[in-house]
Design a protein around this ligand. Structure first.
Ligand SMILES: Nc1ncnc2c1ncn2[C@@H]1O[C@H](COP(=O)(O)OP(=O)(O)O)[C@@H](O)[C@H]1O
Ligand SMILES: Cc1ncc(COP(=O)(O)OP(=O)(O)O)c(N)n1
Length: 273
């Protein structure tokens, strides 16, 4: 049998505006030269101005998507994004336990930048207790880390404490993202690895509203790099450089929180920006 091309899986919601969610995952994974597959969990009616509505798909069709992928494809790494509610989180957890989809990156998406809830309140505990222990890497932003670690995060020291608490919950490798510290002139993320190694990844903050889908893009890049067999540390470092380029070399699309430039990193690799 011929060797299979590297494949990764995004388990997420659709963003009709194309900037975040599954669309950001697909663009990112493709840019990293990995074949992207999908389990669609919810569909949002969304643009750069906000989320107008969403519908979650039935557990049956979620199960069937997992089965279709598992019956034919060879997934090397996977990630979760928007999971909507308790029923869908539990359905995804069940399938992740049933099939081997490689290392899992959990982006515990809760609230869109415009303020719309993408995960019901009662599902936060299910994400913490059932999904996070399956994760190889978790990438919460500040509000998500506050909820999952059950603490306020106002300083960089708080980010370190939150990462430690999340590791105690059972996440092997944690990246607490500091994108929401808007008063800081750096955008700094704290990484705590399974072996106890920790470090900050910082980049000068770009003064822009075009940051829609940053979390999805970062976690999708990490997933693609893990699918290729890179270490968690290397995958996270590449993810930070990749998302930074997408923000820094922005494009104008829409009239609100605009999407990222998913092909910007090609220029970094060619030493152009
Ligand atoms: N304005 C910005 N300039 C540079 N980096 C940013 C900016 N906003 C977010 N980032 C980076 O983008 C990544 C995603 O972070 P964040 O925006 O906090 O996640 P989320 O989209 O989940 O809310 C992190 O690496 C963060 O540091
Ligand atoms: C369908 C869908 N999934 C996830 C998000 C949130 O994505 P994120 O990368 O956290 O970007 P922002 O919403 O913070 O810009 C979404 N909006 N839609």
């Amino acid at each position: 049998m011929d060797e299979q091309f590297t494949q990764a899986l995004s388990i997420a919601g659709s963003d009709s505006g194309g900037g975040a969610g599954m669309q950001a995952d697909l663009k990112t994974i493709q840019e990293r030269h990995v074949f992207a597959t999908t389990v669609l969990v919810a569909i949002t009616a969304q643009n750069t101005l906000g989320v107008d509505d969403f519908v979650a798909l039935s557990p049956k069709i979620i199960d069937e998507q997992f089965a279709a992928i598992a019956n034919d494809l060879q997934i090397r790494a996977c990630k979760t994004g928007m999971l909507a509610d308790v029923t869908r989180v539990e359905t995804v957890v069940k399938n992740l336990k049933k099939y081997n989809m490689g290392p899992l990156t959990v982006d515990p998406v809760m609230i869109a930048k415009g303020g719309a809830p993408l995960l019901s309140e009662d599902a936060v505990a299910v994400v913490r207790d059932e999904l996070l222990p399956l994760a190889t890497v978790a990438t919460p932003n500040l509000p998500e880390a506050e909820k999952l670690a059950d603490m306020k995060i106002q300083t960089e020291d708080d980010m370190i404490v939150a990462a430690k608490r999340l590791q105690q919950i059972g996440v092997k490798n944690v990246m607490v993202k500091g994108g929401h510290f808007v008063s800081d002139d750096q955008s700094s993320d704290f990484v705590l690895l399974e072996d106890g190694k920790s470090f900050w990844l910082s980049a000068p903050r770009v003064d822009t509203v075009r940051t829609h889908g940053t979390g999805d893009t970062l976690s999708a890049c990490i997933t693609a790099e893990l699918a290729k067999g890179h270490t968690v540390e290397d995958a996270i470092r590449t993810g930070k450089k990749f998302v930074d380029a997408t923000i820094r070399d922005g494009i104008i699309v829409g009239h609100g929180h605009g999407p990222l430039n998913h092909w910007a990193y090609r220029k970094v690799e060619n030493d152009e920006i």
